[in-house]
Design a protein around this ligand. Sequence first.
Ligand code: ATR
Length: 292
Amino acid sequence: MTAASDAVTNQSPVVDGPAAYAVFGNPIKHSKSPAIHGAFAAQFGADISYRAVAVATEEFEEKVTAFFQRGGSGLNVTVPFKERAWAMADSVSERARKARAANCLIPLKGGGLHADNTDGLGMVRDMVINHGWQLAGRRTLVIGAGGAVRGIVQPLLAERPASLTVVNRTPERAQQLAMEFADSPVTVHSGGLDSVAGYEFDLIINGTSAGLADEMPDLPEGLLSERCCCYDLVYQGEPTAFMRWAAARAAWAVTDGLGMLVEQAAESFFLWRQKRPSTGPVIQQMRELMTQ
Ligand code: ATR
C-alpha cells in the first residue's frame, strides 16, 4: 500500500464544528452513504448527522456554499457533480487534481474548501486489504475512460503495476487519459476495445457504465491470465454483466465495487474526523441489506 492519504495540507480541516455531513448528487435516492457513515459514527459513539441531498443541476455551487456557511463539517459529492466540486475548491489534493474530480469536500480552518478524491484509494484498499490481491507487478487492464476511471488511475499507478492499459469504446478518450499520465513511471497504454486482442492481463477493472444497462463492452477473447482478478467498479444486488463475463472465463477472483464504496467513505470519514473506521463489518452489513 502507498501512503493512506495525500490530502494533508498545511491548512487543517475544521473538526470541532457541528457534526453535520451530507452527500450531494442527482439522483441520490438510493444512496447508501447515510447508512455507511451512520455505521462508522456508531463505532466511535459519535453523534453525527449525514443526509443524502438531491441537488438541482443549476444549484450545486450555491448549495455547497450554503451548507458550509451553516456549519457543515464535510460533504461528499457524487454524480454528476464531482468535476464541479473539484473546480470550486480553494485547494485540491494531488489525486483530485489528477482525476479533475472530487468526491469529498473539507472546510478549511481559515475559510474555503479543500477537495479530495477518495475513490481510487478506496478501490485499492478494497483490492489489497479486503481481497488480498497483489497489484504491484500485475499487467493491468482498465475498461472505460469516463469519470469513474479518471478517479482510479493515479492511485492504481501508485501501486506500481507492471503495465497499465486503458481501453475504451471511443479510443480517443482513452488516448487523452493516457496522455495526462505520460509523466508516470509506469507506462499507460491506450486504445480501442479490440486493441488488446492477443494480450493477457492479471487484473481487469471494468470502469464503464455499460453494466447499468446490463451490457458488457465488446472485448476480444483470451484476455485473462491464469490468476486474473476481475473487479467491477459498480455494484448491484446481482452479479453484473462484467462479473458474469469474468466468471464464464474462469477468472481467479471476481468482485463488485461495494467494498470500494465503503472504503472511499471510510477515507472521507478519516479526512473529516481523523478517525479510521473499521470497514469489514460495514461491508458485510451493506451486502446483507442489498441481498435481502
Ligand atoms: P462515468 O462517470 O460513470 O464514468 P462517463 O464519463 O459517461 O460516466 O463514462 C462512461 C464510460 O462507459 C465511458 O468510457 C463509455 O464509453 P464511451 O467513452 O465510448 O462513451 C463507457 N460505456 C458506456 N456504455 C458502454 C457500452 N455499452 N459499451 C462499452 N462502453 C460503454
